[in-house]
Design a protein around this ligand. Structure first.
Ligand code: PMP
Length: 437
């Protein structure tokens, strides 16, 4: 099979070389660097609907969708108008605006257990702030997270994380002090017995358990039946908070995120939630929120400090609000059809060519594991043919389909993925499967 080389994408290769002089690795977020799949990351110049164009003039069906936010596809006319209108009135004031209230109202009205939110600018800020709030509220310091779950590059949460950390095989990151990592307990996902055991021993020190509502950063690994309910039961019994990270799943899996699919657990809703991606419509907007009595601990109402110069930025709020307003039931139905078409093509082509695979789902988020058998945790996810995924990735890229450049990521679709884009992608899947067989 052809080996990826800089000659495949000369303009991107030249830009990467320039970028590397002034930006570490030439990229501003590590997974963009193609390290696990090899070859030259494509520098993008334009997106419209389901399509991307790179610096060499090549056209791709976009199955990254900015890692989730672009649920309406690129260049949605209504979002563009809302952004232009907001920008024409001022880019940023550092003072309150009505748009922030509208966005907060939209979030609160969609997610039942969320009574109040605080707007921030990234998912990392959302989870970092939720952890600080949980520690402030409980007066405890230990945090429990699950291996393979990624919650942004927060010191306390960068232990056994998925996403780029999985791609790079880093057990941890230098620069995270032992004191920060020492307050974090990492457990296997979907393992309630492990959770019970830790709580039996240290329950009175644990401020919070944070979990991806459905994991999407080790590939897609939904919670096993009863897992979320078990988390709620055990945390409540010991006075710890449960933080549901819906940065990726929020407003993508359903109008109210993963919660809308699974429902509120029998033993009660999580105390805090984090959101990002879709709620910013491609602009830097994210949020954390939940129980009003917990949120009342935040400054200026309470003593837990949290702030941001650009928090609630009017242009980002306009993009997010318009995006959410357009996310109707019909949009979610179409996302499901698009995802089912693509995953069905993978199943059929891989089966025909005898390529071991496993497709897993969370709403319209899905990923393809290059292995057989159910994947329930990070150990399972890592036990796959990473090298073969890399060959598949490049076979797809050459056929004009841009997948996430790692087998530990979800594939993301948009409502703009029309029949033309789908037919193109399905043909590419068939051809690529034949190539890597
Ligand atoms: N939590 C989850 C579940 C995520 O998927 C991500 C990003 N992929 C984050 C938090 C961090 O968000 P951001 O990249 O906006 O900081």
């Amino acid at each position: 099979p052809p080996v990826p080389s800089a000659a495949d994408a000369p303009h991107s290769a030249a830009l990467l070389e320039r970028a590397r002089r002034v930006i570490p690795g030439g990229v501003n977020s590590p997974v963009r660097a193609f390290r696990s799949v090899g070859g030259t990351p494509r520098f993008m110049v334009r997106g419209l609907g389901p399509w991307l164009w790179d610096a060499d003039g090549e056209k791709y069906v976009d199955l990254v969708c900015s890692w989730g936010p672009m649920i309406l596809g690129h260049g949605d006319a209504d979002v563009l108008r809302a952004v232009a209108e907001a920008a024409a009135s001022g880019f940023s004031f550092g003072m309150p605006t009505e748009r922030e209230v509208l966005l907060a109202e939209e979030l609160v009205s969609r997610v039942g257990p969320v009574e109040q939110v605080r707007l921030v600018s990234s998912g990392t800020e959302a989870t970092m702030s939720a952890i600080r709030l949980a520690r402030g509220f409980t007066g405890r310091s230990v945090v429990v997270k699950f291996a393979g779950c990624y919650h942004g590059h927060v010191d306390a949460l960068l232990a056994s994380a998925g996403s780029g950390v999985a791609t790079f095989g880093l057990p941890d990151s230098p620069g995270v002090p032992a004191s920060a990592a020492g307050e974090t307990i990492v457990l296997p996902y979907n393992d309630l017995a492990a959770l019970e055991a830790v709580f039996a021993e240290r329950g009175d020190q644990i401020a919070a358990v944070i979990t991806e509502a459905a994991a999407g950063n080790m590939g897609v690994v939904p919670p096993a039946p009863g897992f979320t309910d078990g988390l709620r039961r055990v945390t409540a019994r010991h006075g710890a908070l449960l933080v549901s990270d819906e940065v990726m799943t929020g407003f993508r899996c359903s109008p109210s995120g993963w919660l809308g699919l699974e429902g509120v657990p029998g033993s009660g809703a999580p105390d805090l939630f984090t959101f990002g991606k879709v709620m910013g419509g491609g602009f830097p907007a994210a949020a954390f929120g939940g129980r009003a009595d917990v949120m009342a601990m935040l400054a200026p109402e309470g003593p837990v400090y949290q702030a941001g110069t650009l928090s609630g930025n009017p242009v980002a709020a306009a993009a997010g609000l318009t995006t959410l307003q357009k996310c109707t039931d019909e949009v979610y139905a179409r996302l499901g059809t698009v995802a089912a078409t693509l995953a069905g093509a993978v199943e059929e082509s891989f089966t025909r060519h005898g390529i071991p695979h496993r497709v897993q789902w969370a709403g319209s988020m899905f990923s393809v594991f290059f292995r057989e058998g159910e994947v329930v945790d990070y150990d399972d996810a890592r036990d796959q043919d990473v090298e073969r995924f890399g060959r598949f990735f490049h076979a797809m890229l050459r056929r004009g389909v841009h997948l996430p450049p790692s087998c530990f990521e979800s594939w993301f679709v948009s409502v703009a993925h029309d029949d033309e884009a789908l037919e193109h992608a399905v043909r590419a899947i068939a051809g690529s499967a034949a190539e890597i067989a």
